[in-house]
Design a protein around this ligand. Structure first.
Ligand SMILES: NC(=O)c1ccc[n+]([C@@H]2O[C@H](COP(=O)([O-])OP(=O)(O)OC[C@H]3O[C@@H](n4cnc5c(N)ncnc54)[C@H](OP(=O)(O)O)[C@@H]3O)[C@@H](O)[C@H]2O)c1
Length: 284
């Protein structure tokens, strides 16, 4: 079975759109994305985020800054947004130029407005099992998994990759669902053997077609987070971390790339913005 992220993301966006329509006084959540420099992939991501935000009724603004912006000036821009009552979600598009300290920038964002869920307060709340702003990509993966298997309790989940934006929060979400979670990474021995034990395997690595059919069991659900640009027969193609053609007929379910996790990430950003709006409205 192909887990159709495009369709599931569309359903989530419809729900967000209808929830926004019900807000009192025709109020709309506001999302501001900060984009620095001309990073080509970032330009595409930000354009898509803006398009879908506007479609569901979120006021989306993109603030563009030159690559040369200083860390202090960037922090001051974020502080202005923290204090702006029309802005409910703030997202700083990564990666940042080398002269800017990413950790310090993330910590400048008001945790309530941190729709990426990268602020240490949100990271801590997620790992403590408290209400948190959850990073959009793992949240999207979680929704895809829950769509196929509503009750995850007792299942073995293998997360490949331990990044702060993907692997670690993914593992936290699955632990909360009573999965037995194993995280593997570049220093792990016998990855194939560990993956074979997974009822759920999430690949968030950044290595094209790394996961093969003999790594997984027939009943597994595979979620592919990877986005890798490769050349096939002289054409540029985007592929995941999983060898889709090799695996798709073997397993119970697999999310494709593109059309799997990508659209869910954006839909979850919109959901987080609405969540931030609701929290801020209660606070005022
Ligand atoms: N679909 C989406 O919306 C979305 C969003 C974000 C990212 N992505 C994609 O997801 C992928 C991962 O992104 P990321 O930011 O999490 O990457 P990252 O920060 O580079 O982390 C990659 C992780 O993979 C591990 N790894 C590297 N080589 C490995 C190997 N041979 N075997 C096992 N583990 C290995 C690394 O281990 P170490 O920790 O030991 O180095 C690290 O933990 C990328 O392709 C990225 O483009 C997609």
């Amino acid at each position: 079975m192909i887990i159709d992220g495009k369709k599931i993301a569309g359903e989530l966006r419809d729900k967000i759109k209808s929830d926004i329509k019900k807000l009192p006084n025709n109020n709309k959540p506001g999302l501001t994305v900060i984009l620095i420099g001309e990073h080509p992939a970032s330009q595409i991501y930000v354009r898509n985020k803006e398009k879908f935000a506007n479609e569901v009724g979120i006021n989306s603004i993109v603030l563009r800054f030159d690559e040369s912006i200083s860390e202090e000036d960037l922090k001051n821009e974020i502080k202005k947004l923290n204090n702006d009552s029309n802005v409910h979600g703030i997202l700083v598009q990564l990666p940042l130029p080398k002269h800017i300290n990413q950790k310090d920038i993330i910590q400048t964002i008001d945790p309530v407005k941190d729709v990426d869920g990268f602020h240490p307060i949100n990271v801590g709340n997620l790992s403590s099992g408290n209400d948190a702003m959850v990073p959009c990509t793992p949240l999207g993966c979680y929704y895809l998994i829950k769509k196929v298997i509503p009750n995850l309790s007792g299942l073995n989940a293998v997360v490949i990759g331990r990044s702060n934006i993907n692997g670690k929060p993914m593992a936290q979400l699955l632990l909360k669902e009573n999965c037995t979670v194993t995280i593997v990474h570049s220093k792990t021995k016998n990855i194939e053997e560990i993956c074979k034990n997974g009822d759920i395997v999430i690949a968030a690595v950044g290595k094209a077609k790394m996961v093969k059919s003999d790594w997984v069991k027939d009943t597994a659900i595979i979620i592919d987070v990877g986005i890798n640009r490769i050349e096939i027969n002289g054409k540029n193609k985007i592929v995941g971390d999983v060898d889709f053609d090799d695996i798709q007929d073997k397993v119970k379910g697999i999310s494709p790339v593109p059309g799997g996790v990508g659209p869910m990430t954006i839909a979850c950003l919109l959901e987080n913005t609405l969540k931030a709006y609701k929290k801020i409205s209660k606070r005022i």
